[in-house]
Write a protein that binds this ligand. Structure first.
Ligand code: CA
Length: 466
């Protein structure tokens, strides 16, 4: 495995950036996630370009300022990071990525004075997060593919439409996915305008006549996004043994979904306008290096499921292809915010519950010779677990069926129990003014807890309603 546990994961490491030592921070010195930021209201003598940063505590470390001060000499081939951005970090060699992490960890550690003693450089390179705005992904993601890798999600959704046959026969053989759209992937905090589109009333049949208007069944999907590091040549598949070399790290992804539009449009070619109006990513990419202590076995298939085919299987993947990442979704309505009420947690799940690993997605995606490129985003698909609380979207969360109950309770997709909010409001799907907040973090005995920050978005009225 290319990503080993080393001295940068030592739970005893502390930083002289005091806020990094707060036990509740998502960003201790053991994390060091990448982001791309620009300064809000830069002074005349300050760099106003978007650039690569590393979050620690309540600060962003400006990587280009440290590079100009030659603090990476000997640790990183400067050429590979020339013009510092996520895209170029993705193109860097494994050795350079590891070198960058090791050097930053060392420079920020209480035992190292090289940066700390240079007050002028500190004032330039260590920026309070309140002075920054996040620009990633802007145009850095050139291609986006969304998978469907949770068997629990696929079974729940399948049960709504095909109670007798929820999982299609290909599900256990290929990581099902579709090509999404990169241009509408937006940073956390970007307003989400309710889409309009064609929808039908009731069940679909030969007599169905659609109407056009604002989506009535707007939903979120809790996913993780994998950012591709180096790409592969067109025509050259990536093997399972090499798949993780091609990963830069993970972020949180909200794949906003218009369920009524999806129902009308998805056959025969799959999701289209129901999905591509917006997808939100969290600002930080938690690197594969940082995630090394939080790996888990791929999902167990000893229960009668077919073994993955050889090109989708490896001993390393079986042993540690998964990620133990705890996930939470919160909803805050406009009324709740006006009354000063905290967002309500509506679900909890874990990324380890996926049927297919990211390495298997990469091997499958390239198995026909398709070329992935640095910075490409792979969405995991909605992350749902076996319990109602761990369902990763409202389509499942408010649905009354449960194919995993004993005995199974499978009902058509329209019977729903709404989520009650503390204002007395209730939701089966999202209303204008609702904010969805996703959080993710890793914890394990003997290691420092690390987090992903937040992935947020507020629903704004459709253009037609203005
Ligand atoms: Ca999705």
């Amino acid at each position: 495995m290319p990503y080993a546990i080393d001295e940068t994961h030592d739970p005893k490491l502390e930083s002289w950036v005091e806020s990094a030592n707060d036990p509740d921070t998502d960003f201790p010195i053991q994390n060091l996630p990448m982001c791309e930021f620009e300064l809000i209201d830069p002074d005349e003598d300050e760099d106003d370009r978007p650039r690569l940063g590393i979050r620690v505590g309540d600060s962003i470390i400006d990587i280009s300022a440290l590079e100009e001060a030659r603090l990476f000499d000997g640790a990183v081939e400067a050429e590979s990071f020339y013009y510092w951005c996520i895209h170029n970090a993705a193109r860097a060699s494994l050795a350079d990525r590891a070198g960058l992490r090791t050097r930053i960890s060392s420079l920020l550690s209480t035992t190292n004075d090289a940066l700390r003693s240079n007050k002028w450089l500190c004032s330039k390179a260590i920026i309070p997060v309140s002075r920054t705005a996040f620009v990633y992904p802007d145009s850095e993601i050139r291609d986006y593919t969304d998978f469907y890798a949770s068997k629990f999600h696929a079974t729940n959704v399948g049960s709504m439409f095909r109670p007798d046959n929820p999982l299609l026969p290909n599900y256990k053989w290929i990581p099902v996915g579709y090509h999404g759209r990169a241009s509408s992937i937006v940073p956390s905090g970007t307003p989400i305008i309710r889409p309009s589109g064609q929808t039908i009333e009731g069940n679909m049949g030969p007599e169905s006549v659609p109407s056009f208007g604002p989506c009535k069944l707007l939903d979120y999907e809790l996913e993780m996004g994998a950012i591709i590091a180096r790409g592969n040549e067109l025509g050259t598949p990536v093997s399972m043994a090499e798949a993780e070399d091609h990963m830069l790290g993970l972020c949180i992804l909200n794949d906003w979904s218009a369920r009524d539009m999806q129902k009308w449009e998805y056959q025969p070619l799959g999701p289209f306008l129901a999905k591509n109006f917006a997808s939100t990513v969290s600002p930080y990419i938690v690197t594969m290096e940082a995630l090394a202590p939080f790996r888990t076995p791929a999902m167990d298939r000893t229960d009668g499921d077919p073994d993955p085919m050889p090109h989708l299987d490896s001993p390393a993947n079986r042993e540690s292809g998964g990620f133990d990442i705890k996930l939470e979704v919160f909803l805050s309505s406009q009324q709740m915010r006006e009354k000063g009420l905290d967002p309500k947690r509506i679900s909890r799940g874990n990324f380890k519950d996926m049927y297919w690993t990211v390495a298997q997605m990469i091997a499958h995606h390239t198995s026909n010779g398709c070329n992935l490129q640095p910075g490409d985003l792979l969405g995991s698909g909605t992350i749902s677990g076996p319990t109602r609380e761990s369902r990763g979207c409202l389509l499942e969360l408010t649905w009354d069926g449960d194919p995993f109950a004993n005995p199974p309770k499978i009902v058509p997709g329209t019977q729903r129990t709404p989520i009650e909010l503390p204002t007395g409001e209730s939701r089966k799907f999202l209303a204008d003014g609702d904010e969805i907040i996703m959080r993710a973090y890793c914890e394990r005995d003997g290691f420092r807890r690390i987090g992903f920050g937040e992935c947020r978005g507020v629903i704004h009225p459709s253009h037609e309603a203005r």
